[in-house]
Design a protein around this ligand. Structure first.
Ligand SMILES: [Zn+2]
Length: 393
């Protein structure tokens, strides 16, 4: 009797305990999964910290429980990783762009690249997969490799992208700033070496327009000194020059040597030129480049304008040779120079095409004369002749 009772009790205990054990074991398995998942990410992070032990850890942050952004810095060079929070796998940033928005995201990035960089750089960067992402709270910065860019550039190539610009494409939650500065493209920089390009004797139709396109593609501007009696026929060209951020000055009404002309003819010629120009653009001409650079004290006193000559003469009209122009500019250009060319020759157009990327790659920005004066803090005075716009004249 006693034995039976024990068996019954044992059986009862077993029937009660086994489901409990099974239940407990399931529970443990679930716990184990969660534990393993975070453990996997943790393991990856630890491995990467060891791998980058010579660098400073600058970010270790989980975004939206989806990925961990890990970043290291050494001498300003950023190394970053994106790790799946669950699997611990390294992922591409691109994985966290919504599938149906990847194309729009690429379009946006390319748009910003062309806003910020000359075409010869953006053309390469848009296809470059060598990108490092710096993920910040309110923006991300994409660093690009300069590999494949010709001519070679030394600048750090990057885009700052505020999340407001791309919020619809991201597959994770981000902080949105109510006020943020748009990556609004290229800005001329006071601290960069700066030179002004000037083109005389236009407007010259397709050659002038080609130069305007080249300037635009290279984030550059120039001043075009135009001849009054050619302006009416070149209306469209004039507007195209201005609409692309360039500047126009007078190059006299009929390109006569002012030293040999009568003062009253010069005065009436300038008035006529200004009238025609104003009729086309609604603006007045403030800058004058006298033909051949010839000017007298009397003319300077008589005309209420700023006189602009040059300090670097490419002699493009004489040589009609692309290489001569390119070599001359690259060998001689320095901060504050005003360079003389003519938009009358194909060889000059070809030289400009080669020069603009070369100058950019060598740390120069190319601007109009008024922009150069602004950047140098020089107030262009009327009745005054300038040959260059270096900070100390
Ligand atoms: Zn001329």
């Amino acid at each position: 009797m006693k034995e039976v009772n024990i068996k019954i009790i044992l059986a009862a205990i077993i029937t009660m305990v086994i489901p409990l054990l099974i239940f407990e074991s399931n529970k443990n398995n679930n716990l184990l999964d969660v534990f393993n998942e975070s453990k996997l990410a943790e393991q990856t992070i630890n491995d990467l910290i060891v791998l980058n032990e010579d660098k400073e850890l600058v970010a270790n942050k989980t975004y939206d429980k989806k990925f961990i952004y890990l970043a290291f810095k050494k001498a300003d060079e950023l190394t970053s990783y994106i790790i799946d929070s669950k699997t611990g796998e390294e992922k591409e940033f691109y994985n966290y762009i919504k599938d149906d928005k990847k194309e729009e995201f690429n379009k946006k990035i390319n748009e910003l690249l062309y806003l910020k960089y000359p075409n010869f750089i953006a053309d390469v960067l848009k296809n470059s997969s060598k990108r490092t992402y710096e993920i910040k709270d309110n923006e991300m910065i994409i660093y690009f490799s300069s590999e494949g860019i010709v001519p070679k550039v030394e600048d750090d190539l990057f885009l700052k992208v505020n999340y407001n610009e791309i919020k619809d494409y991201l597959d994770f939650k981000v902080t949105l700033d109510s006020d943020y500065e748009l990556e609004n493209g290229y800005n001329f920089d006071k601290n960069k070496k700066t030179i002004a390009f000037s083109f005389d004797d236009g407007p010259n139709g397709s050659r002038t327009n080609k130069i305007v396109s080249l300037l635009k593609e290279n984030k550059a501007h120039a001043t075009f000194f135009m001849v009054g009696n050619k302006m009416e026929a070149g209306k469209e060209t004039i507007l195209n020059v201005l609409n692309n951020g360039n500047e126009i000055g007078s190059h006299s009404y009929d390109h006569k040597n002012m030293k040999r002309a009568k003062l009253e003819d010069i005065i009436s010629g300038e008035a006529k030129t200004n009238d025609i120009y104003k009729g086309i653009t609604g603006k007045d001409l403030n800058l004058l480049r006298p033909p051949y650079g010839n000017i007298t004290k009397e003319i300077k006193e008589a005309l209420n304008m700023t006189f602009i000559n040059w300090n670097l003469d490419t002699e493009d009209w004489l040589h009609r040779n692309k290489k001569h122009i390119v070599d001359y500019v690259m060998e001689n250009a320095s901060d504050g120079d005003i360079i003389l060319m003519h938009d009358s020759y194909d060889t000059t157009v070809d030289a400009v095409e080669e020069l603009l990327p070369l100058l950019y790659a060598n740390g120069f920005q190319v601007v109009s004369i008024s922009e150069l004066a602004n950047l140098k803090g020089i107030n262009l005075e009327t009745h005054t002749l300038y040959h260059n716009l270096k900070e100390v004249q």
